[in-house]
Design a protein. Structure first.
Length: 253
C-alpha cells in the first residue's frame, strides 16, 4: 500500500470514469472494490470522487451526451498544463479540452495523442491525485493500447520525456529508470474502427475471483485471468461498457 501526498511530473496521477448512470456505477464499484462516493458537486458538473478508507482513489462524472461511450480516462501529472499543451501540439497531438482551472483543486487538460488515444493531464492544487495506490482495489498501473507503436513511443517521449523498454510484444514507458506505464498493440479482436485507448488496472490479489465478482455485479470478463512474467491479470467490462484491468503484481525480489 502506498499513501501519496505528491506526484512527480510524468507520473500517472489520476483516473476517472465517465458514466451515463452514476448511481449504478457507484453501486457496481462499491460492490467490487468497497469504494464509496458522495453526491456529485454541482459546481463541477456533478463530478465526485470514489473513496476507500478515507482516501480519494478515482473520479466519477456523468457524461453530458448520450453519444459518449462510458469509459475510464487516465491522467498524467504535469507541473505546467499550458506547457504540456504546447508540447502535445508540437508532437502532433490534438487538444480536446485546453487547460482549465478546477477551482483551487488544480488544472486539467485533455488531449488525443498522435496515434489517436485520449488522455489527460492534471496539475495538482489542493487535489493531489490518487491518495492511495498499489493496494487492493486501488490504481496500480495504466496501459496504452496503440495502433502505431513507434508513433506513440515518439509522442510520449516528446511530451513527458518517457523512455521505453520493449520486448517482442510489450513496452514499458519509463521515467528516471522506473516503469510508469505500459504499451501494447491493440488486440486483434478489437474492431478496426476503435482507436487506441488508455486503460487503468486496479490491484487484485486474486484477479480471477474479482473477475467473477464483477460478473455477479453485472460486468463481463472480456479477457480471463492469465499469467505473465510480472504477475497475473484479467480484463473486465463494467455493466455500462467501461473497460479496466485487475492486476496482481509479483513482489520484487
Amino acid at each position: 500500500m502506498t499513501v501519496k501526498t505528491s506526484y512527480a511530473p510524468g507520473e500517472p496521477i489520476w483516473v476517472d470514469l465517465g458514466s451515463h448512470d452514476v448511481d449504478a456505477s457507484r453501486a457496481f464499484y462499491g460492490g467490487l472494490f468497497g469504494w464509496t462516493a458522495p453526491p456529485g458537486m454541482d459546481d463541477f458538473g456533478g463530478y465526485t470522487n470514489f473513496e476507500l478508507d478515507g482516501h480519494r482513489v478515482a473520479g466519477l462524472m456523468p457524461l453530458m451526451s448520450p453519444e459518449q461511450p462510458p469509459a475510464w480516462s487516465c491522467y498524467v501529472c504535469t507541473a505546467d498544463a499550458q506547457k504540456t499543451t504546447e508540447l502535445v501540439e508540437k508532437a502532433g497531438g490534438t487538444v480536446i479540452a485546453p487547460p482549465m482551472d478546477v477551482g483551487a483543486l488544480g488544472t486539467m487538460a485533455v488531449y488525443a495523442e498522435a496515434a489517436g488515444a485520449f488522455f489527460g493531464v492534471w496539475q495538482p492544487g489542493q487535489h493531489v491525485g490518487a491518495e492511495l495506490i498499489d493496494s487492493e482495489g486501488t490504481l496500480t498501473w495504466i496501459e496504452l493500447g496503440t495502433r502505431d507503436q513507434p508513433r506513440s513511443d515518439e509522442f510520449y517521449g516528446s511530451v513527458f520525456g518517457w523512455g521505453t523498454e520493449s520486448t517482442s510484444d510489450y513496452t514499458e514507458f519509463t521515467q528516471e529508470g522506473s516503469s510508469v506505464a505500459g504499451c501494447m498493440d491493440v488486440p486483434p479482436n478489437v474492431p478496426a474502427e476503435v482507436p487506441g485507448y488508455w486503460m487503468p488496472y486496479f490491484t487484485a490479489a486474486d484477479p480471477a475471483a474479482q473477475g467473477a465478482r464483477a460478473e455477479q455485479l453485472g460486468g463481463t470478463v472480456v479477457a480471463p485471468m492469465m499469467d505473465f512474467p510480472g504477475g497475473r491479470f484479467c480484463v473486465v467490462q463494467d455493466p455500462h461498457g467501461a473497460m479496466f484491468g485487475l492486476l496482481d503484481l509479483k513482489a520484487s525480489a
